[in-house]
Design a protein around this ligand. Structure first.
Ligand code: PXP
Length: 239
């Protein structure tokens, strides 16, 4: 199965915001990522707008020709309003809290079942595919199915952390979780700390992987290799 590479451009916005002007140009960067082969663009606007601003999301929509994925916490009304206005191809629901450095856990899909079910129905009615960020935990995968989400996004931080020590152990819970998701007919995305070092093994072990969203490592690699080459290197890992 082909796995799409969605480039998370939050870091480009962080760099731009650090000087207050429009360098680097986020919109141009996104279009260029697409030209260089990225099959999607991911943004994660947060209420403090410390990287992606709400206006960036609105400005990006008409320019993009690949899959637009907006991540965020739907418990913020402003986020829901933005997604409903922009109508991206996919919304990824992430349970992060205000001021959090980065996402650090998946949803408890059991405790939040009724809430998720309702918000997912709203997005799906608007024609937006939904993906729910979860840990590689069977209970949470089963819970996600109950919410009627189209896909799950497996939170890969633990995989990335364990990979250098023991890759077989690192991947094991993800193989089990992905198998269950496929049995339940849930699409599988993945993200967090995926890199040139660990991406290919993840792809090989999870044959049903539909999409990865990658930001931090990819943008960091681009400092050495340039963004065009870097995208090629990541695409090669997904073959
Ligand atoms: N998926 C989700 C839900 C995220 O919050 C993030 C980080 O914003 C990513 C994927 C990408 O993670 P990384 O920047 O480590 O590649």
């Amino acid at each position: 199965m082909a796995t799409k590479l969605s480039v998370n451009i939050n870091k480009i916005a962080t760099l731009r915001n650090s000087r207050g002007g429009n360098v680097p140009d986020l919109l141009k960067f996104a279009i260029d990522c697409e030209r260089y082969g990225a099959q999607g663009i991911t943004v994660h606007p947060r209420p403090d707008e410390r990287h992606i601003r709400y206006q960036d999301v609105i400005d990006l929509k008409p320019l993009l020709t690949t899959e637009f994925n907006i991540e965020g916490n739907p418990k913020e009304k402003k986020f829901v309003d933005l997604v409903m206005q922009v109508k991206p191809a996919q919304v990824t629901l992430v349970p992060d809290t205000l001021g959090q450095l980065t996402s650090n856990h998946g949803w408890d899909t059991i405790t939040n079942k009724d809430y998720l079910k309702e918000i997912i129905a709203q997005f799906k009615e608007a024609g937006i595919r939904t993906s729910t960020f979860v840990d590689a935990d069977l209970k949470m995968i089963d819970g996600a199915k109950e919410t009627n989400t189209d896909r799950i996004e497996l939170y890969t931080e633990s995989y990335a952390k364990e990979y250098p020590k023991n890759k077989e152990d690192a991947i094991h819970p993800f193989v089990v979780a992905a198998k269950r998701a496929s049995e339940l007919n849930l699409g599988i995305n993945a993200g967090h700390d995926l890199s040139l070092e660990n991406l290919n093994y993840f792809k090989k072990c999870i044959p049903d992987l539909l999409e990865v969203s990658i930001g931090h490592a990819l943008i960091s690699d681009a400092l050495y290799f340039g963004i065009e080459n870097t995208i090629q290197l990541y695409l090669r890992q997904l073959k």
